[in-house]
Design a protein. Structure first.
Length: 301
């Protein structure tokens, strides 16, 4: 058992380096000194019989051996994290930890007041928020509860459809005053600064939109894959971008071609079916459902 525990400690250090991209960042994350973490990697390399990292002008580069181990380490870390959260409180009590995941915009623009109200009523619950546009794996318990903008496909999940959020093109009054309103979608695409994605191919969104021309990065003048940066650019008056009707009304933005353009995304709250018996998970799920229904209602055309 002692050897197994020591090996797990070494693998934790390897996982930390893969996550942080450096020995110094991994040491901080693990609460170790950098020399100690370096010794962990050296010891693991001796056990495995190969190098795990190479130093290059681009920084620390993982070898094929390290990359082959990465998905297994991710799964082990997720399992340990889930076990630690489950151990923070009994299933029939409300005390303990809940790990949520949500997209960038929801996590920053929508969830803070919702979670504040929950934690004021349930101060015994610790909340962890994973801000990511990736679909965190609930089957591996990378998160306990996910707010997703698409119908879940995994059969072992408990999912509630909250409704659909509607989006449109918007710009600031200052931008409209300087550039005028486009006459149609062709005028918008050819004569205005459109804010949109750079390298990410949002196929799930593209499938719901028809503007009579291909939707790709060439359509946009200002490109960024960060949704918060897109929203900030619209707020700054840089150009025309897509946002929810509710957020746009809150900011006093001007709708652009409201009768010609729009799309919607569904909102789902999901968790693994094994968590149905946990009282704190039910409390959080019910609270999110209630408050997100109000958010959905505010974001209708």
């Amino acid at each position: 058992m002692a050897n197994a525990a020591a090996d797990w400690d070494l693998f934790q250090s390897l996982h930390a380096v893969l996550q942080a991209g450096s020995f110094s960042g991994a040491a901080r994350a693990r609460g170790l000194t950098q020399p100690t973490l370096g010794r962990h990697i050296e010891a693991l390399e001796q056990k495995l019989g190969g190098a795990l990292f190479l130093r290059s002008p681009r920084g620390l580069q993982p070898t094929e051996l390290a990359l082959a181990l990465a998905p297994h380490l991710d799964e082990m870390a997720a399992t340990v994290g889930a076990a630690l959260r489950d151990a923070t409180g009994p299933a029939d009590g409300s005390a303990g930890c809940v790990r949520l995941t949500a997209s960038e915009v929801l996590a920053v623009e929508v969830l803070p007041p919702i979670l504040k109200d929950f934690m004021e009523v349930h101060p015994e619950v610790e909340v962890e928020l994973v801000v990511s546009n990736e679909l965190e794996d609930l089957m591996r318990r990378e998160a306990d509860i996910a707010i997703r903008m698409a119908r879940p496909t995994q059969s072992a999940l408990v999912a509630r459809r909250i409704g659909a959020i509607h989006f449109g093109f918007y710009a600031t009054p200052g931008y409209v005053q300087r550039n005028g309103l486009p006459a149609d979608l062709d005028d918008l695409a050819d004569g205005h600064t459109l804010i949109g994605f750079d390298r990410i191919d949002p196929k799930s969104i593209i499938d719901t939109i028809d503007i009579g021309r291909p939707i790709n990065r060439d359509l946009f003048t200002f490109k960024t894959d960060n949704q918060l940066a897109q929203l900030a650019a619209v707020r700054a008056g840089l150009g025309v971008g897509a946002t929810t009707h509710g957020l746009a009304r809150r900011e006093g933005l001007v709708p652009i071609l409201p009768n010609a353009f729009g799309f919607q995304l569904e909102v789902w709250i999901c968790m693994h079916e094994s968590l149905k018996a946990s009282r704190r998970m039910r409390l959080m799920s019910d609270h999110l459902a209630d408050r997100l229904k109000a958010f959905v209602a505010e974001n209708q055309p």
